[in-house]
Design a protein around this ligand. Structure first.
Ligand SMILES: [Zn+2]
Length: 153
């Protein structure tokens, strides 16, 4: 999933990393002849990449971000299978917030079209939902889930 570059920094080994708006970091090494990013070596080159986007594979894998997150209540409870509602649609947090979806009972299937994700989630499992990503939750029988919101700080 494409994410905007907010800035650059170095890791413990001195390699350049791009700080992405999603809270993940991505290495942007320059190691010729195999990895060629001569622009990263100079401040002007890095500055020219600010605001552009990189594909974030960590968002694609639903990995929790490396930057610090703050829990933002209220949590939202989702009940499925009651009153013939077996599907929950979420348009995605436009604010750039991260969320977790945790199933407290039952079984459900999580679908994230933008990331080609369709997989079962089981009780007790908390799945990370990256910012600005819509999802659907399906349950064949009754299920309850909790959606928690986190803000990057
Ligand atoms: Zn990401």
């Amino acid at each position: 999933m494409q994410r905007i570059i907010l800035g650059f920094g170095r890791d413990d080994e001195g390699d350049w990393v791009a700080r992405l708006a999603c809270g993940h970091n991505r290495h942007v090494r320059h190691r010729p002849p195999f990895i060629n990013r001569p622009w990263v070596v100079h401040a002007a080159g890095r500055a020219s990449w600010l605001g552009r986007s990189f594909d974030c594979l960590r968002c694609d894998r639903l990995e929790w971000p490396s930057r610090i997150l703050q829990h933002r209540p209220p949590d939202r409870c989702i009940g499925l299978g009651f009153a013939r509602t077996d599907r929950f649609d979420d348009p995605g947090a436009a604010s750039g917030n991260w969320r977790t979806l945790e199933l407290s009972q039952g079984h459900a299937t999580l679908c994230i079209d933008a990331l080609h994700v369709e997989r079962p989630i089981t009780p007790g499992e908390a799945v990370a939902i990256p910012p600005n990503v819509a999802f659907r939750l399906y349950a064949a029988s009754t299920a309850q889930a909790c959606l928690r919101t986190y803000r990057l700080i």
